[in-house]
Design a protein around this ligand. Structure first.
Ligand SMILES: Cc1cc2nc3c(=O)[nH]c(=O)nc-3n(C[C@H](O)[C@H](O)[C@H](O)COP(=O)(O)O)c2cc1C
Length: 328
């Protein structure tokens, strides 16, 4: 879960018998190096390193300028100077420089969001024996991923927190909930299927396995764990009435992602036709987020969370992991 966790949460999950994941999408190479070194400090173990693999967007200066202008009233109200457009993107797609950092550690599992990287990078990841996973939000994407050689498919239902993993079509109406999507993907492919979205307790895990899942991927339920880096405003929202209202929004990054509805989502979207392409929308929001968070407000923070926040508890991640598999 990029932005809310580092190796600490991944290690806690792995030590409890799960497959902990390190999200690398928002880590600069030096930070990635440090986190991967921590993951494998005491030897090789079942952990996954996760990357985004979006196509970097063509720069559309005019659109970025208009986006900044549409936020001008907030900069003025906060006494901030509008940021210059054209800044670097905070989220980078998987590249050879990422592979250079992780290859010496040979992570046994590497997962991707938004499809798969190009063939040469896929071969490189395979060269150290890694198993490759990626998310599908439709049966068509699951078939595509199987044809392109993934070892398992994450069936990401619409309930899931964070970015939608779609890559064949931007049409959100093609996507469905986890328990509609999962059995259809299980029927369509031969590789193992991992259920994701809205699974927050042992009964949810059991139900997903009954529908043919070989494993489950849980995100939201871990957000309050002490090992997560979830911000104070995000933690507060998860523990209050706001947590019962999530929506898909593109105003924080340019791509639809599910988060707790806040002022930015209400005022600007939640889905805005004006947001610059992923991941460039983030740059203009960043100063507003920083300012609001310093005042204790989550008005401009992407507070990614799935529809089912009932499993969020302030318990160690190892305890939560063991509890999730209680009925298996
Ligand atoms: C805060 C947050 C950040 C996320 N970041 C990523 C990410 O960096 N990479 C990724 O593949 N999925 C990411 N996801 C999606 C999860 O992998 C997974 O699909 C989702 O959490 C499952 O649904 P749930 O949130 O209802 O448990 C994120 C989810 C959340 C809640």
């Amino acid at each position: 879960m990029a932005g809310v966790q580092l190796s600490g949460l991944a290690l806690a999950v792995t030590r409890a018998g799960g497959l902990g994941s390190l999200p690398a999408a928002m880590l600069a190479p030096q930070s990635l190096q440090a986190e991967v070194a921590k993951l494998f400090a005491d030897g090789r173990k079942p952990v996954n390193v996760n990357f985004f693999c979006h196509e970097p967007p063509a720069v559309d200066r005019e659109r970025e300028v208009r986006w900044v202008q549409s936020l001008q009233a907030y900069y003025d109200a906060f006494g901030l100077i509008a940021p210059a457009v054209g800044g670097p993107a905070a989220r980078q797609p998987f590249s050879d420089s990422h592979a250079d950092v992780i290859e010496p550690y040979a992570p046994p599992v590497v997962s991707f969001h938004f499809g798969l990287p190009r063939d040469a990078l896929m071969r490189r990841v395979r060269s150290w024996g890694a198993r490759i996973l990626s998310s599908a939000t439709t049966v068509a994407e699951a078939r595509w991923l199987e044809e392109h050689g993934v070892d398992a498919i994450i069936a990401q239902g619409l309930e899931a927190g964070g970015h939608r993993g779609h890559f064949l079509s931007d049409d959100l109406s093609l996507q469905s909930g986890t328990f509609a999507l999962l059995p259809q993907i299980v029927a369509a492919v031969k590789v193992p299927v991992i259920a994701a979205g809205g699974i927050a307790d042992a009964h949810g895990v059991w139900a997903a396995m009954a529908l043919g899942a070989s494993a489950v991927q849980v995100g939201t339920a871990y957000l309050l764990c002490p090992e997560a880096e979830t911000t104070a405003v995000h933690r507060a929202a998860l523990q209050g009435p706001a947590a019962s209202h999530t929506a898909l929004t593109n105003v924080f990054s340019g791509r639809p992602a599910r988060g707790i509805v806040n002022r930015a989502m209400r005022d600007l979207g939640p889905l805005s036709p004006h947001a610059p392409a992923f991941p460039l929308a983030a740059n203009a929001i960043a100063p507003l987020r920083k300012h609001a968070e310093a005042m204790g407000s989550g008005d401009f923070t992407p507070m990614w969370a799935g529809q089912n926040t009932s499993g969020c508890r302030e318990v160690p991640a190892g305890e939560l992991t063991r509890e999730l598999v209680r009925l298996i």
